[in-house]
Each structure stands twice: as structure tokens, then as C-alpha cells.
Design a binder for this molecule. Structure first.
Ligand code: SAH
Length: 400
């Protein structure tokens, strides 16, 4: 007999809109004593079953919906159906024989009906990240389902070390889940570029796959341009731009390891290294210093880490965004473009645009919005789940 989660009055509404989260504040009481990840039947005030969810006693997000059909069974078959659906939706990106070094996201968590599960493909290697007690509960079944759904994969490596995991009361967990160990660095291709991905120690699962389309946009603007690639990580934007004919790239990051990988990525593409500069340091300081050194750029990419980690931190974080964008605008030549991102889910797209507008105002430049960017179709966002749309980017052109 499964446990039952009774919603407070009025809390059915978000479920009826197919939103997959139930916050602790929406729970009236829980019948039975479900452990982390156990399935609970969610009922409204009238006692009618509405959905089946996975329970997570340690988390503010107390339960996440597996299915809005209370008669569906939660278990290996449901996992397999969801995996098949996610994979077939990406069929163009998948054929291992056609494009052996392709990289893409195969499972995008809630938006693919698998809350807290990310599966990324780097060539024949899969990297999996579990950030929710619900998927963790079905870990063994998940591994089998992945092996069956992706028989061509050489192995599955786990990178469950994201910070969200601790909010679920789960310990970090990394290592081989099945099959063969990936090499230390996996080589992937993206458009005309090749990149090395570090599945063990790299950020996220090793690479910012969510910026694939934005790298192509920057490449399209790069011909003859001098680019500042700020918060460059492993050089993604810089490599794409130089490959596309940029005159020169300055890559800036606070991590020496990231910069070393950026260098290796530029070398891998046979790019002229004298035009691929790297600088280790704090972007907030470097952005202030560069104009004093007389540096100016035609393109400035700002792709910082998530500044807004909680609602409480929003005001402070907006200052951070304002500051880097202000400095970014100051570094542009007339007619130049600022390509600016925020990956903070808690910062709404319209507020981000307002911050960037204020930054231009304070920098004393007149600027137009000439493009918007976001992740590609392998990072779908389920329409009832706007929280899934964390990454937004703007291309702003300053007056010539
Ligand atoms: N643009 C990259 C992803 C950037 S991730 C890509 O497309 O792959 C954010 C990067 O910012 C990380 O590499 C991190 O090391 C760096 N970073 C974080 N804080 C920083 C700071 N204060 N100054 C400079 N770099 C910083």
C-alpha cells in the first residue's frame, strides 16, 4: 500500500496545469511513512487521486510528479517509456555510426518527464547526473533501462556531484555506472569545431552543451573581429570564433585548469595560438583593468556562472550582472556587440534585459537588442515548467 500525500486546499491548481513540483508548504499531511524517493499518491482536498509522485522528505521540493495518471505504475516500465520518448525526440542527433563524435543532451530532467535526471552523450560515452531522491530510488532499474535504450553506448559514467543533491539529503556520487570507463578526455565535434571534454572533473557533465547554438551565433559574427571571451571555461566561444575567422581572441577565466583545456582545444583545431590569448584572473577586476590597458573589442561574450543561488541573493546578484555588463559595454568599439548570458533560473528574462539596459545607460552607450539566445532543441523546456528555462542570452549592438 503506497503512502498518500494530501495537498492543502487550492494547491491542486498547479498540478492541473501539469507542473511537476510540490513544495513543502503545499502539503497538508502525509499518510504512511514514505522514505526518500518512495512513490506517493497525491490527493486533493476532496480525496481524489491526482498524480503519483516521488517523495523527498529532506527537500523543500517535497515531491516531484512521475505521472499525472494515478493508474500508471511507477517502476522500470515507466522509466523505459520516458527514456524512449526522450531519445526518439532527438533521433537526428543520435546515430552513433553517422556522427560518432556528436554530443548532445539525451535526457533533460523534468522537461523530459524524468525529474532530476540528466543524461548527456559525448560520442559513444554517456554521462549521467542524478539530483533527485526519486530517480536515486530507481538507480539500478535506470541503469538497465539506459543500457537497453542506448545499446551502442560504450559506458555510462556518473557525475552526481551537483550542489542540488545535498538539498535532497543525497551524498555526492561519481564513478562508472556500467560498461567501459571513458578516456580522461573525450573528443567531440560541434559544427566545424572539435572540443575535449573532461567527464570526471569538468563542469556539469563535462561541457556546456546548452551553449551549442549560441557558440554558432557568435561564430557567425566573428569574421575579422577581436573577441573578449569572458568566463571562457574550456574556450568554447573563443575556439568557435577563431575557427570562423576572428582576428584575435582573449579568453578570461579564474580557473587555470579551464584555461589549460581552452589552450588544448585551440591546438586541437589547429588554430593560430598567437591569436588565442588566455588570462587567468577575476573577471570583475580584469574587466576594469582592460580599458586602462587600452584594450577594445568588437565582440564581448559574458557567460558567467550562476550568480543567483537563492531568492535572498537576488538583489546582490543583480548588481553582479549590472557590473559586468556595464564594463562589457565600455570595452566595445563603436558598432561592436555584447553577447551576454544569465544562467540563473531565478532571474527572469525580462529583469535580465532590464539590467542590461541599465548597464548600457550607465556605460553611456546607445544599444539595440539584435538577437536572443537560449539552449537548442536537445534541452527542451516542458511548457508547464518555466523553471526549466534557466539560460537566456542577449546580443546587443552598440551604435557605430
Ligand atoms: N562560456 C563557457 C561556460 C562558462 S561557465 C562555455 O561556453 O563553455 C563559467 C566560468 O566562469 C567557469 O569556467 C568559471 O571558472 C568561471 N568563473 C567563475 N567566477 C569567475 C570570476 N570571478 N572571474 C573569472 N571567471 C570566473
Amino acid at each position: 500500500m503506497s503512502a498518500t500525500l494530501h495537498l492543502k486546499g487550492g494547491r491542486e491548481r498547479s498540478l492541473k496545469r501539469l507542473h511537476p513540483w510540490i513544495f513543502s508548504g503545499g502539503v497538508a499531511r502525509v499518510e504512511g511513512s514514505p522514505g526518500p524517493g518512495d512513490t506517493v499518491t497525491v490527493v486533493g482536498q476532496n480525496g481524489k487521486p491526482l498524480a503519483l509522485a516521488a517523495y523527498s522528505p529532506a527537500s523543500q521540493i517535497r515531491a516531484r510528479i512521475w505521472t499525472f495518471d494515478p493508474d500508471e505504475e511507477v517502476g522500470p516500465d515507466l522509466l523505459r517509456r520516458r527514456l524512449d520518448r526522450a531519445i526518439s525526440a532527438r533521433s537526428g542527433l543520435l546515430d552513433p555510426r553517422g556522427a560518432p563524435r556528436d554530443a548532445c543532451r539525451l535526457v533533460n530532467a523534468e522537461s523530459d518527464g524524468l525529474p532530476g535526471l540528466v543524461v548527456d552523450r559525448y560520442g559513444p560515452h554517456l554521462v549521467c547526473q542524478i539530483t533527485f531522491a526519486g530517480v536515486e530510488r530507481w538507480r539500478a532499474e535506470l541503469i538497465t533501462a539506459l543500457q537497453e535504450a542506448l545499446p551502442w553506448a560504450s559506458g555510462i559514467y556518473e557525475r552526481s556531484d551537483a550542489a542540488e543533491r545535498s538539498k535532497e539529503g543525497l551524498e555526492p556520487r561519481c564513478g562508472l555506472m556500467s560498461g567501459e570507463e571513458p578516456p580522461e578526455l573525450v573528443e567531440i565535434t560541434e559544427g566545424p569545431c572539435r572540443y575535449l571534454v573532461d567527464p570526471r572533473k569538468g563542469h556539469k557533465t563535462g561541457f556546456y552543451l546548452d551553449q551549442r547554438e549560441s557558440r554558432a551565433r557568435v561564430a557567425a559574427l566573428a569574421q575579422g573581429a577581436e573577441l573578449l571571451n569572458c568566463f571562457c571555461y574550456s574556450g568554447g566561444f573563443g575556439v568557435a570564433a577563431l575557427q570562423a575567422g576572428a582576428a584575435r581572441v582573449l579568453n578570461l577565466d579564474s580557473s587555470a585548469n579551464a584555461l589549460e583545456l581552452a589552450q588544448r582545444n585551440a591546438e586541437l583545431n589547429g588554430l593560430p595560438m598567437e591569436r588565442f590569448e588566455t588570462e587567468e584572473g577575476d573577471a570583475f577586476k580584469a574587466l576594469r583593468r582592460l580599458p586602462k590597458d587600452g584594450r577594445r573589442f568588437d565582440l564581448v561574450v559574458l557567460d558567467p556562472p550562476k550568480f543567483v543561488k537563492s531568492r535572498k541573493a537576488l538583489t546582490r546578484a543583480t548588481r553582479g550582472y549590472k557590473d559586468i555588463n556595464l564594463q562589457g559595454f565600455r570595452l566595445l568599439r563603436p558598432g561592436g556587440r555584447l553577447v551576454t548570458f544569465s544562467c540563473s533560473g531565478l532571474l527572469a528574462a525580462d529583469l535580465f534585459q532590464k539590467i542590461v539596459a541599465d548597464a548600457a545607460l550607465d556605460a553611456g552607450v546607445e544599444a539595440q537588442l539584435v538577437g536572443r539566445m537560449g539552449p537548442g532543441p536537445d534541452h527542451p523546456v516542458a511548457l508547464p515548467f518555466p523553471e526549466g528555462a534557466y539560460l537566456k542570452g542577449l546580443i546587443c549592438r552598440v551604435a557605430g
